[in-house]
Design a protein around this ligand. Structure first.
Ligand SMILES: Cc1cc2nc3c(=O)[nH]c(=O)nc-3n(C[C@H](O)[C@H](O)[C@H](O)COP(=O)(O)OP(=O)(O)OC[C@H]3O[C@@H](n4cnc5c(N)ncnc54)[C@H](O)[C@@H]3O)c2cc1C
Length: 584
């Protein structure tokens, strides 16, 4: 039996509180983690094992976090399928990042990955196996060796359940169905989180010596996305609002194989197993874009190739085709069972008999809250890990399988660092006025009885981001998008929430999520306009078609000042790899 899960238990947490400085604080912990996907749960386990009193907040049940949707696998140089080592993994990642990844962060990831994967195995992760019983590894895009460990095509689902078991075993407090809305800064430190209690209604403030944000990505900025409805970038904006900069926000990855028309992900594992990509003429068009790696080139390269085929009239209703037929029924059923099911349910296509219609869709945010190698942000007491963070291991383009690894390795590191800091500091003070301010702000929104409903603004944002800030970027379109987003933000100021109730008020939380997303969209456009080159996911075919290392081998940083984004730059941290031409 776990003590987690019901919000009423929030009050039980008083049992662990040591110093409560404000009656408005419901509870207090050493380490409070916002987000219970893989990064949040891995951080929680590490912080607990380091001796801290830990709690998690999640707006959905932990096992329903988007991490559970990950299909293809997790990268570590285990060397089970070929000669491999962390240095090769690091090189592939640096090259894949189009040299924008911070090389020290990449080396840490690749060196710690094998032990971190074995740790998951020892906790009970049922990875697929080789004939002789070792963890199997499949080829993935832009990886020099077959390096992706997997559990059939439900890797994320398996890992989420394994970590949740560990959370239950440790009896950690989980504030489930708490919607975190504001981080509280006091005396130059992050010291609490203010959440809307979805089940009972009302704002609840939970104090903490350190806070780790692990709220995942923001794919919902786009109309066509693989991301779950919960991926609305909440943590990025909460940090931004406290003055913490966001790094490389222009870098949104488009995954080359998302199912038409829903955007449901078709895993890279299909191409790892040998699937072909075809245009309307039945041609394996990648021979003209990536003659060596073909379907296993990096995601940015393949998405651009597909979009070019579609734009030049060689697509089929805005799609290309992913052909698995030659793999045979047995292999498809054994290794890609979930893919077959998704294709049949959402597109009416059985990949054993017909190719699957796919197109590029928004998938992964390489950018996010800037952190150091221990997940620490520029604000004392505030840490970030997982997709919400930018440490940065993915630079301008992430390799498939590296995101899950990042959630584990950097989740672990953030948990350790946050616990250490918390255990050496004792006080938490949260001025009552801060919750009163939050209540007033929310009251203004809920009291409004007339105005525009949020969904129209949300749909316009998602559609125009797709059109004007998608696979290809053009100066005039980006500028236009900047104006569109500014207009949408103005309209958002007068938005009305129809449901005035306390219980499961999704109307309210969706309105708050839209507020988060609009600020991120503004940051992305600002950074995109400033990066006058083509690198990884940021492709400017008309005006700056080449990578420009002389002027842009550096990260964008966006801070929020005077109600708008302000841009600065930061150098890329290099260790041993100098930029080279990137071909596949
Ligand atoms: C369909 C799909 C397939 C993928 N497949 C792979 C793969 O095979 N390999 C790979 O390496 N990567 C893959 N990725 C990427 C990878 O899965 C994600 O980047 C990673 O799982 C993100 O984990 P996370 O813990 O950072 O966030 P998430 O798993 O998204 O969890 C976020 C958590 O934050 C909570 N949260 C968010 N906002 C709030 C709020 N305001 N208040 C309270 N709680 C909040 C949510 O409830 C949730 O618990 C895939 C991604 C997708 C979308």
């Amino acid at each position: 039996m776990t003590t987690s899960s019901r919000p009423a238990l929030a009050f039980d947490a008083f049992r662990k509180a040591d110093q409560i400085a404000s009656l408005l604080v419901e509870a207090q912990h050493d380490v409070l983690i916002v987000g219970a996907g893989l990064a949040g749960m891995r951080a929680a386990i590490e912080a607990h094992d380091a001796g801290a009193d830990v709690a998690l907040i999640s707006k959905i049940h932990p096992v329903r976090s988007h991490s559970g949707a990950a299909e293809g696998g997790i990268n570590a140089a285990l060397g089970n399928a070929s000669e491999d080592d962390p240095e090769k993994h690091a090189y592939d990642t640096v090259k894949g990042s189009d040299y924008l990844g911070d090389q020290d962060a990449i080396e840490v990831l690749c060196e710690e990955a094998p032990a971190d994967v074995y740790q998951l195995e020892h906790w009970g992760a049922v990875f697929s196996r080789t004939e002789d019983g070792r963890i199997a590894q499949r080829p993935f895009g832009a990886a020099g060796e077959p390096r992706t460990a997997y559990a059939a095509d439900i890797t994320g689902h398996v890992l989420v359940h394994v970590l949740y078991e560990q959370i239950m075993k440790r009896d950690l407090q989980v504030y489930e169905e708490f919607f975190a809305w504001q981080l509280v800064e006091n005396e130059g430190r992050c010291q609490a989180v203010i959440s809307w209690d979805l089940v009972n209604g009302g704002l609840k403030t939970i104090g903490a010596k350190t806070v780790i944000i692990a709220t995942g990505g923001a794919g919902r900025l786009y109309q066509g996305t693989t991301n779950a409805y919960a991926c609305t970038g909440d943590g990025m904006t909460m940090a931004l609002r406290l003055g913490v900069p966001l790094k490389d926000m222009e870098m949104m990855q488009f995954h080359p194989t998302t199912l038409s028309p829903t955007g449901v992900l078709i895993t890279e594992g299909c191409r790892g197993e040998g699937a072909y990509l075809l245009n309307a003429e039945g041609e394996r068009f990648l021979k003209r874009y990536a003659p060596n790696a073909m379907e296993l080139a990096s995601r940015d390269v393949i998405s651009r190739a597909e979009q070019t085929e579609i734009d030049e009239g060689r697509g089929i209703d805005g799609n290309v085709l992913l052909d698995l037929r030659h793999l045979g029924a047995e292999r498809i059923i054994e290794r890609l069972h979930g893919t077959r099911e998704l294709s049949m349910v959402f597109a009416g296509v059985d990949p054993i008999h017909d190719p699957i219609p796919v197109r590029p869709g928004a998938h992964y945010h390489m950018g996010g809250v800037e952190t150091d190698l221990w997940g620490k942000t520029s604000l004392e007491g505030l840490y970030a890990a997982g997709e919400v963070a930018c440490v940065s291991v993915h630079g301008a383009n992430r390799l498939g399988g590296n995101a899950l690894m990042e959630t584990i390795t950097y989740g672990k590191r953030a948990g350790k660092a946050a616990a250490e800091w918390a255990l050496s500091h004792t006080t938490v003070t949260v001025p009552e006025s801060l919750q009163a301010d939050a209540e007033r702000e929310l009251g203004t929104l809920l009291d409004r009885t007339a105005g525009e409903r949020p969904h129209g603004i949300r749909d316009e944002m998602a559609q125009t981001m797709h059109e004007n800030f998608g696979v290809f970027r053009r100066e005039d379109r980006m500028k236009r998008q900047g104006e569109i987003v500014a207009g949408l933000r103005e309209r958002y100021e007068g938005v009305v929430v129809d449901d005035k109730g306390q219980i499961f008020n999704n109307d309210l939380t969706q309105a708050l999520e839209l507020g988060f997303l609009l600020e991120l969209a503004a940051c992305m456009v600002e950074a995109g306009l400033a990066r006058k080159e083509s690198r990884g996911a940021h492709a400017r075919p008309d005006d700056y078609p080449e990578r420009d290392d002389k002027n842009f081998l550096k990260h964008t940083l966006v801070s929020w000042r005077d109600d708008g984004p302000e841009l600065s730059w930061e150098p890329v941290r290099m260790t041993k790899w100098q930029p080279q031409e990137r071909t596949y």
